[in-house]
Design a protein around this ligand. Structure first.
Ligand code: ATP
Ligand code: LTN
Length: 331
């Protein structure tokens, strides 16, 4: 079975964008791949987080992974810091990355260009840690939303560079973006990604939002003045985004959905989309409540950590030996 690995950094509550672009696809893949999924808590602190909020978000993220359908019997689910090898290989990767490569990463560049101040060194070097996350497990595939593709491409370059310098060590991974929903846009500004870190609550649906709020957010999504349902990403980006969400959640193509709803007004169409989103989230929220009440998270994370550590530590030792920093056999 080929290996697959992915992660989400719960810097806040998980969003519908995370769910459609990433989480939901992990669930589908768990039957066909040897899947490793972790909570990227080291990535979270590249931007300051209030400790108490962070703890809650991390726990919620595990519960939401499970509520969305990840099954610890089928995949390995763990917390990044439970496997110390991530941070160490992250440092080694940083030593094998050129500044020019990091300067090209659009996520960091965008923040700089927006004039954000107080950006941390951790945020700048985080693609090196992400490369380590992936390479430790010899993952063949990395399912991510579009915004993360560039980081996986960098990981490929780093893996190839390392293999050339030190001999065959890492599997070169491929990014896997979903056909539908690889970039869900903000509901009140369809030119921006739906994002938990944009401080734009109206445009962002959180998986744990009250269902009435979810409905309101969809109903007040920005559309246009054409007044006709079409699939035109340029002219009707808000509507296109609603089609994208609806198509992803109903596993139906946008074209088919357009045919089905052609002639309807925006209000009626939004109502259908909101019902579809509410129905999906209500199932997730119900399971989430059961999971939080059942206290199973601790055991699942411990078991996942053990499985992940075995693989990651072996790989890290191999790397240390290859680059010459390991001079004795540890007992
Ligand atoms: P932020 O939402 O704070 O910008 P992020 O998207 O960079 O965060 P994560 O929350 O770790 O970071 O993202 C986890 C996964 O969800 C990644 O694979 C990412 O590509 C995907 N993802 C995030 N937002 C969206 C979106 N709006 N549409 C599709 N996929 C998304
Ligand atoms: N960088 C990603 C989260 C992430 C990840 C990974 C995704 C951290 N490590 C490894 C895939 C594989 C993010 O910020 N969205």
């Amino acid at each position: 079975m080929e290996r697959m690995l992915s992660a989400i950094k719960p810097t806040g509550q998980l969003t519908l964008g995370n769910y459609i672009g990433a989480l939901r696809n992990f669930v589908r893949y768990q039957d066909d791949y040897e899947l490793y999924v972790f909570i990227a808590n080291l990535h979270c602190i590249t931007v300051y987080q209030k400790p108490e909020e962070l703890k809650k978000n991390l726990k919620d993220a595990v519960a939401l992974y499970l509520a969305a359908g990840l099954d610890p019997k089928k995949c390995t689910l763990f917390l990044q810091t439970d496997v110390r090898a991530h941070a160490e290989l992250g440092y080694i990767m940083a030593c094998n990355t050129y500044l020019g490569e990091l300067n090209r990463m659009t996520q960091f560049k965008d923040k700089q260009q927006k004039g954000e101040t107080g950006l941390s060194a951790g945020l700048y070097t985080y693609p090196c840690l992400m490369a380590a996350d992936i390479l430790l497990y010899d993952a063949n595939y990395v399912p991510v939303g579009e915004d993360q593709k560039q980081h996986v491409e960098l990981t490929r370059d780093l893996a190839e560079r390392f293999n050339n310098r030190y001999g065959e060590t890492f599997v070169v991974p491929s990014p896997l973006t979903p056909k539908v929903g690889k970039r869900i846009m903000s509901l009140n500004d369809p030119s921006k990604k739906m994002s938990k870190s944009e401080n734009n609550d109206k445009g962002c649906i959180y998986l744990l939002d009250d269902l009435n709020v979810v409905q309101k957010k969809v109903m007040s999504a920005v559309t246009d003045s054409y007044g006709e349902l079409n699939l035109d990403k340029e002219k009707q980006p808000g509507l296109y985004n609603l089609f994208e969400i609806y198509a992803a959640l109903s596993d139906t193509s946008k074209e088919e959905l357009l045919k089905k709803h052609q002639g309807q007004g925006y209000g009626e169409f939004k109502k259908t989309v909101s019902e579809c989103v509410v129905s999906e989230l209500s199932k997730i929220q119900e399971r989430y409540k059961e999971i939080i009440a059942s206290n199973q998270i601790e055991d699942i994370l411990n078991e996942g950590a053990l499985k992940a550590q075995r693989i990651a530590e072996r790989k890290l030792e191999k790397v240390e030996r290859k680059i010459g920093i390991n001079i004795h056999k540890r007992r």
